[in-house]
Design a protein around this ligand. Structure first.
Ligand SMILES: *Cc1c(COP(=O)(O)O)cnc(C)c1O
Length: 343
């Protein structure tokens, strides 16, 4: 089988050999009965790492985010979120279908929801025409490849506290953010009532995300997860690699970030490539093709060299590093771009 270099995303990561062994040997039970010891261990560990009461294993990040909205809000409530956030852009409009809420998208340059921008969107109480602003959604790391500082997270949290809003953090790549900021994940999670993070991206588990929060919140979410069809049975085989993701893979994300910067450095030396230096906080490299390029030929050339990448969108390309992309692969990618853009 061809050994692909796959830089389309960090969702493409395969489970590590240790994960496969753990899957084979995981003690399991029916988790809807609360009988799966491996799921219980993962949920307990996730809560502990994030400094919260409790956690819930969910099938996907989208599921976890939507379950959070569904649990925090009543139908007709309003949710403030960054206009480019995953919840607004990439969750198929689920907020209107499942929680039945109104999304209020606001500008979020580099993923930062500025206090004044939030404050201006909070609906005053007492007017029967207005929806109830209930929830603020933050995203960190931001899917544009940027990390929001602890100070900016705290500032958004403070506005929510003043106004009596709950805060949900879409932390699909929370551990990338923590590694980039060089703080424990709980220092970011502190500024949210609930947090979703993905086990299945750079942390390399095959499936799964966690929703973390207060005990009472998670208790309601557990019932609503069942409503959404997310009550899994012998899910210990999925929780076992999740534990390795959380305990071990979270500790090595700095390597992916360093490899992304290395790749950016090599690509930046190539004529016709302009790196977005503002979006190099985590494991993503964003760049613009500045010369006219035959995109189909470029993509075919990459594929012929064993490299899977997503084509540019509006001239902008994104490559993502992960545990299966080391220094050798970085060099091969840079060489391929150099050859193909020279052609
Ligand atoms: C990937 C991602 C999600 C959703 O995760 P899925 O498991 O693909 O549903 C949510 N938010 C952000 C910021 C993401 O990058």
């Amino acid at each position: 089988m061809t050994q692909w270099i796959d830089v389309r995303s960090d969702t493409v990561t395969h489970p590590t050999p240790a994960m496969r062994a753990a899957m084979a040997n995981a003690p399991v039970g029916d988790d809807v009965y609360g009988d799966d010891p491996t799921v219980a261990a993962l949920e307990q560990r996730a809560a502990e790492v994030l400094g919260k009461d409790a956690a819930l294993f969910v099938p996907t990040g989208t599921f976890g985010n939507q379950l959070a909205l569904f649990t925090h809000c009543d139908q007709g409530d309003e949710v403030i979120a960054g206009e480019d956030s995953h919840i607004v852009w990439h969750e198929v409009g689920a907020a209107s279908v499942i929680a039945g809420v109104n999304l209020r998208p606001i500008p979020a340059p580099r993923g930062v929801l500025a206090p004044d921008e939030i404050r201006r969107r909070i609906r005053p109480a007492g007017d029967i025409h207005l929806p109830h602003t209930r929830l603020l959604c933050l995203e960190n790391a931001y899917s544009g490849g940027q990390v929001v500082s602890v100070a900016d997270s705290a500032a958004a949290w403070d506005v929510a506290q003043e106004a009596g809003l709950k805060v949900h953090l879409d932390g699909a790549r929370l551990f990338n953010a923590a590694a980039a900021l060089d703080v424990p994940a709980r220092d970011i999670a502190r500024f949210a009532d609930s947090v979703m993070f993905c086990l299945s991206k750079g942390l390399a588990a095959p499936v799964g995300s966690m929703l973390v929060g207060e005990a009472g919140f998670i208790e309601i979410a557990r019932k609503k997860r069942k409503l959404m069809g997310g009550g899994l049975r012998q899910a210990g085989v999925l929780a076992a690699p999740g534990l390795i993701a959380l305990n071990e893979m979270s500790q090595r994300l700095g390597e992916d970030h360093a490899n992304a910067r290395l790749l950016a450095q090599h690509l930046g030396d190539i004529r016709g490539i302009e790196i977005n230096e503002e979006a190099l906080d985590i494991n993503m490299v964003w760049f613009r093709l500045t010369a006219p390029v035959d995109v189909d030929a470029l993509m075919a050339g990459l594929l012929a060299r064993g490299i899977k990448a997503n084509p540019p969108e509006q001239g902008l390309m994104r490559l993502v590093t992960h545990w299966q992309v080391g220094k050798t692969e970085v060099a091969r990618i840079a060489d391929a771009f150099e050859a193909l853009l020279a052609a």
